[in-house]
Design a protein around this ligand. Structure first.
Ligand code: DC
Length: 225
């Protein structure tokens, strides 16, 4: 039986960085589910779809999209229909449209199914918004990462600068607030804290400290497994 570590939390809590580091250290396959919703969004935008009133076309895209995560060196690369889109899926345009796209119940159903299939027979660390509640409510480890809105915007702003994504701090803060609201108020798969999840407030912790804390929790559970 595979060992599943499920991590949820709002944007900018360091989920991506933390799961990447832990996956390398503990030999777990890292699955970034946000990247999957971003792929669907990117393809929609590329087809000129900018309004979720065109829901049926977006559902078709979700059904037919070939999404793959490949580890190249220490970095996880995201492929959409054979093309490396790791950078394109982080653009301002995708970030602004991904939340509405991910609130379409049929799109979620397709992605959740795919996420469960991806974790078959392998040990994974999967991060997103509904992993501890919907995708794997019986995961071996369930963690909810949190931090204040301002701290999360500060982190995302720095990350964007490093990746060459052009957004001001104010734009990032506004985008995070909007996304939080949308993520927490979706009809299906809304971001919430599972009753049995361990909540970790990372506001005053650096990445190394969070990694250590999360690793400790995983290793304790792994011993019981
Ligand atoms: O983690 P991220 O910022 O890359 O996620 C992008 C968007 O996808 C975010 O607005 C929430 C949504 N998402 C979701 O609804 N469910 C998930 N499991 C992961 C992400």
């Amino acid at each position: 039986m595979s060992f599943i570590v499920a991590i949820d939390g709002p944007a900018g809590t360091g989920k991506g960085t933390i799961t990447k580091l832990i996956s390398n250290e503990l030999g777990l396959i890292n699955i970034d589910t946000g990247a999957m919703y971003r792929c669907v969004t990117l393809q929609a935008l590329e087809q000129g779809i900018t309004d979720i009133k065109e829901k049926n076309k977006i559902i078709q895209i979700a059904k037919s999209a070939d999404i793959k995560m490949k580890k190249e060196g220490k970095e996880q690369q995201v492929y959409l229909n054979g093309k490396n889109v790791s950078k394109d899926i982080r653009s301002k345009e995708v970030s602004a449209f991904v939340s509405p796209v991910s609130s379409i119940p049929e799109v979620r159903e397709i992605m959740v199914d795919l996420q469960r299939k991806m974790a078959q027979n392998i040990d994974v660390i999967m991060e997103g918004r509904d992993i501890t509640t919907v995708v794997f409510p019986n995961a071996n480890v369930k963690i909810y990462l949190d931090a204040t809105t301002e701290e999360r915007a500060k982190r995302r702003f720095k990350e964007n600068q490093e990746k060459g994504i052009d957004m001001t701090y104010e734009e990032v803060l506004e985008a995070i607030k909007t996304r939080d609201y949308n993520d927490m108020n979706k009809p299906v798969g809304a971001l919430k804290i599972a009753d049995d999840a361990i909540v970790l407030d990372t506001t005053n912790l650096n990445i190394g400290q969070v990694v250590e804390e999360v690793k400790k929790i995983i290793l304790e559970k792994k011993e019981e497994h």
